[in-house]
Ligand binder design. Structure first.
Ligand SMILES: Nc1ncnc2c1ncn2[C@@H]1O[C@H](COP(=O)(O)OP(=O)(O)O)[C@@H](O)[C@H]1O
Ligand SMILES: [Mg+2]
Length: 423
C-alpha cells in the first residue's frame, strides 16, 4: 500500500520557474533520500550543493497526518504543492458611516497563502486529531460540491464553528486552515483570499447604519466570490457578538435596526454557502450563549479546549527549541519527543533529565488549565523575571516552573479580586 505524503514546496518570490519544473527538481532531489520524516522541513540553507534548488526553492516540508515516524520514500505517493507566499499583508476594508462620517474597519482581506500564516498550522498543537479532522471535513465538503452532491439528500455544508475558552487557538486555527486549503487546493483554486469580518466593530456602534454596512460589505464579498477559480474563506470571529446584539435588540435594549443587521449577516452567510468556492469559518468563546440559529448553520462544530499535558509538553518543547536556536538559552541540548520519553518509560538518565523536568512543567500547566496563549507567554516571563545572564537549559526549565507558579497565583488573585470589585 502506498502512503500519500504531501510535500509542500515554497517557491522563492524571485524565482521565475514554472511549478512543473519545481516539482521535477524537488522530486529528483528527494530521490536521494531513502526515508523521509513527516513534519520535517528542509530550508534553502540546507540545499547548499544544489544550486538549482537553492535559487528557486525557499523550503520543502513533509506533511503527513498518519505517521509520526519516518516513512520509506519508495512506499509513498508524493503529492506536491508548489506555491509562493504573499508578502503584502492584510488590506483593511473600511466603510464610512454616513451619520457620523467616521471610517469603520469592516474586514481584513488577505491574499493566501500569506507569509504571516506560514508555519502557523504546524505551530498549533492538539493531541486529538482536531486539525487533521477539521481539514478532512472541509476537503470532503469541497469534494461533494465538486461532484455536485445534492445537499437536500445528504446534509453537508461549508460552515465551520470552533468554540471553546479564550486563548485556545481558535482564531489561529481558522487562519491556518484557510492557509492550508489555499496550499492543498492550489490546483483547483489558483487564487485564494481570507476575509476576516470585524463583527465586533460592526455591531459595537452605529446601529442605525449597520444594516446598510452589512449589505455593502456582502456586496463586496460577493464580487470576490463570483470568481469561481478563487477560494474564498470568510472568517466571522467571535460570532457571539452577533448573538449579543440580537438578544439586546430583542430585549428592547438596542434599536430594532440592529436585529435587522444581525439577521442580514445570517442570511448573507447562508447565501454564501451556495457558492461552491466559499467557506465560512466562525469562532466563539462561549458555547452556551450563541444563538441557536447560528449553531444550526454550522455542520462542522468542534470544541477546542486548553492543551492537554501532552500538547503542553510539545508546545513548551518547541519554545525551548526556538530559544536555543536563537542563543537565548545555551548551549543547545536535546529535549526528547514525548514518544521517546514514553518508550523509555520516563526513566531518568543523564540525557533525559531536562526533558523530564519539562514534562513536569507541562503536567502542572495542564492541571492548571493553562491556555495555549498562556503557555506561549510562559517562556517570555521565565526569561524576563526568573533568569539572569545566559541560562542553560536546566536553569531555564526551572525558571519556567517559577513563571508557571506565578501565572497560576496571578490568575487566582484576579478571580479572588476582580478588577471592578470595590474593596
Ligand atoms: N493548542 C495550541 N497550540 C499552540 N499554540 C496555541 C494553542 N492554543 C493557543 N495557542 C497560541 O495562543 C495564541 C492565541 O490564540 P488564538 O487563536 O487567538 O486563540 P482564541 O482565538 O481561541 O482566543 C496564539 O499565538 C496561538 O498560537
Ligand atoms: Mg479568537
Amino acid at each position: 500500500m502506498t502512503i500519500p505524503l504531501h510535500i509542500e514546496v515554497v517557491q522563492k518570490k524571485q524565482s521565475r520557474a514554472n511549478k512543473e519544473y519545481i516539482k521535477e527538481i524537488v522530486h529528483s532531489y528527494l530521490s536521494n533520500f531513502s526515508t523521509l520524516t513527516p513534519g520535517a522541513t528542509i530550508t534553502s540553507n540546507d540545499l547548499e550543493e544544489n544550486l538549482e534548488l537553492r535559487e528557486n526553492v525557499h523550503s520543502i516540508t513533509f506533511c503527513d497526518v498518519e505517521h509520526d515516524s519516518e516513512v520509506v520514500t519508495t512506499e509513498c505517493e508524493l503529492i506536491f504543492h508548489v506555491y509562493v507566499l504573499d508578502a503584502f499583508g492584510a488590506e483593511t476594508d473600511t466603510m464610512t458611516d454616513n451619520t457620523s462620517g467616521e471610517e469603520l474597519p469592516v474586514a481584513d482581506v488577505w491574499a493566501l497563502p500569506a507569509e504571516e500564516f506560514h508555519g502557523l498550522w504546524e505551530s498549533l498543537v492538539y493531541d486529538s486529531k482536531l486539525k487533521e479532522e477539521t481539514l478532512r471535513f472541509v476537503e470532503t465538503a469541497f469534494e461533494f460540491s465538486d461532484r455536485g452532491v445534492d445537499p437536500n439528500v445528504i446534509g453537508w455544508n461549508r460552515v465551520v464553528l470552533l468554540h471553546g475558552p479564550p486563548g485556545t487557538g481558535k482564531t489561529s486555527l481558522c487562519r491556518a486552515l484557510a492557509q492550508k486549503l489555499a496550499v492543498r487546493l492550489g490546483d483547483r483554486f489558483p487564487r485564494a483570499r481570507l476575509l476576516e469580518i470585524n463583527a465586533h466593530g460592526l455591531f459595537s456602534k452605529w446601529f442605525s447604519e449597520s444594516g446598510k454596512l452589512v449589505a455593502k460589505l456582502f456586496e463586496r464579498i460577493r464580487e470576490i466570490v463570483d470568481d469561481r477559480r478563487l477560494l474564498a474563506c470568510v472568517l466571522v470571529d467571535e460570532v457571539e457578538s452577533l448573538a449579543h446584539a440580537r438578544r439586546a435588540a430583542l430585549a428592547g435594549l438596542e434599536p430594532s435596526d440592529s436585529i435587522r443587521a444581525v439577521n442580514a449577516i445570517l442570511t448573507q452567510l447562508d447565501r454564501l454557502k451556495r457558492h461552491p468556492n466559499a467557506l465560512v469559518l466562525t469562532t466563539s468563546n462561549v458555547t452556551g450563549a450563541i444563538d441557536v440559529a447560528f449553531v444550526d448553520r454550522a455542520d462542522i462544530k468542534r470544541l477546542v479546549g486548553p492543551p492537554s499535558e501532552r500538547a503542553a509538553y510539545e508546545i513548551l518543547r518547541g519554545c525551548c527549541g526556538e530559544l536555543m536556536a536563537r542563543g537565548v538559552v545555551a548551549p543547545r541540548e536535546q529535549l526528547f519527543a514525548l514518544r521517546v520519553l514514553e518508550a523509555a518509560r520516563f526513566v531518568e538518565t543523564e540525557g533525559s533529565r531536562a526533558s523530564l523536568r519539562l514534562w513536569a512543567a507541562a503536567r502542572a500547566a495542564a492541571a492548571a488549565h493553562s491556555s495555549g496563549r498562556a503557555l506561549r507567554r510562559l517562556p517570555f516571563l521565565a526569561r524576563a523575571l526568573h533568569t539572569r545572564g545566559e541560562p542553560t537549559l536546566s536553569v531555564f526549565i526551572e525558571a519556567l516552573h517559577s513563571a508557571l507558579r506565578q501565572q497560576v497565583r496571578d490568575a487566582q488573585d484576579l478571580r479572588d479580586d476582580p478588577p471592578n470589585s470595590v474593596s
